[in-house]
Design a protein around this ligand. Structure first.
Ligand code: SAM
Ligand code: SF4
Length: 330
């Protein structure tokens, strides 16, 4: 079988696929003014058949997991159809989503019934006001209720991500709140270090804080670093025997972050992006129009792998063509 491998020996069993740039939230670090139509790009978002063909191609290239992201993926009218097609018609074994949790209370059952394998929910704070200030939406209660509903349905592969923000959600009190939350919830909670994008430089300068603050908290509170195999991806994980959940850190500015990179991205308009921040990437959409183009598509993707760079060079202030993460599917 062909396997996706780059020139640094990294393999790619995992794809992130954005299905829309549209989002209904206004997170300060991502879309502070809400989603704006991109007038420079009038291509439509990938349609269901294109998504199916692409997923089939990746499955034949050895990919076993696709994470659907955006923008906010659940705003697409055919969102549940997409999940079902990926899950049951593409050969991909695991399908997960990253979502802001909008209407999660109502959607929990539909999500479970769609065959979804995992869900990452973005919750930057357990404090209702702080959550509202960051996202522009007073929706924390409905999201937490959604998590309860998922758990009642015995859906257990739940992760929560929060972007670590200086003086907003980075105090020991915030960390304690999450610690209490995961004590009896089998949920992985991870802080992501704020990343600089083409549009958020001022926000970044004001709110970026090194994830060391959280790392220090973890070691002071006797959390144990858990090591994983080569394919574990870039999250550092911490456990405590008496806790049902785990803590994690995603620190893109740390040395060696890219060494364990195991992901490629597809944008909502069908561009293959080799790195969240790279300029390298090309449209593969012309090869998604007919089932008979499958082999040509595989060849193109395999050839592109040699262009994946060793690192994102973020620490040098390089953001590539990434204006904000809703565009590349963070
Ligand atoms: N709308 C969905 C959500 O928020 O979960 C999916 C798309 S969002 C771009 C994916 C993830 O990227 C979210 O967890 C979000 O917090 C994170 N994110 C967005 N902008 C970021 C930035 N500048 N630095 C770090 N993480 C960021
Ligand atoms: Fe929307 Fe997600 Fe960006 Fe927040 S992080 S604005 S929810 S795409």
């Amino acid at each position: 079988m062909n396997i996706l491998k780059d020139s640094f020996g990294r393999t790619f069993p995992y794809i992130r696929m954005s299905i829309t740039d549209v989002c209904n939230f206004k997170c300060g670090y991502c879309l502070p003014n809400g989603y704006q139509v991109d007038k420079s790009d009038n291509r439509k978002f990938l349609h269901l058949d294109e998504i199916r063909r692409l997923a089939k191609c990746f499955s034949e290239l050895g990919v076993n997991k696709i994470r659907i992201t955006g923008g906010e993926p659940t705003v697409r009218k055919d969102f549940f159809e997409i999940i079902k097609v990926l899950k049951f018609e593409s050969g991909i074994k695991k399908v997960a989503i990253t979502t802001n949790g909008y209407h999660l209370d109502i959607k929990a059952k539909l999500l479970v019934d769609s065959g979804l394998n995992g869900i990452n929910i973005s919750i930057d704070s357990l404090n209702r006001n702080t959550f509202k200030n960051i996202t522009g939406h007073d929706r924390l209660p409905e999201i937490l209720k959604g998590i309860e509903n998922l758990q009642d349905l015995e859906f257990n592969n739940i992760k929560i991500n929060a972007v670590l923000l200086k003086n907003i959600n980075s105090s020991s009190k915030d960390f304690d709140e999450w610690s209490n939350f995961i004590q009896n919830n089998k949920i992985d909670f991870r802080y992501i270090e704020l990343m600089q994008t083409g549009e958020n430089l001022d926000y970044f300068k004001k709110y970026h804080v090194s994830s060391k603050v959280f790392k220090n908290y973890l070691s002071e509170n006797k959390w144990i670093y858990q090591t994983f195999g080569k394919d574990a991806g870039p999250s550092l994980n911490y456990i405590k025997p008496e806790y049902k959940g785990k803590f994690g850190i995603i620190a893109p500015y740390s040395k060696d972050f890219c060494k364990t990179c195991n992901r490629l991205r597809i944008t909502s308009r069908g561009d293959l992006r080799l790195c969240l921040f790279g300029n390298t990437g090309i449209s593969v959409r012309h090869l998604l129009q007919k089932d008979s183009q499958l082999n040509e598509l595989k060849d193109l993707i395999l050839k592109q792998m040699q262009f994946k760079k060793q690192s994102h060079y973020l620490e040098l202030g390089e953001t590539g063509s990434t204006k904000n993460l809703s565009k590349t599917g963070g």
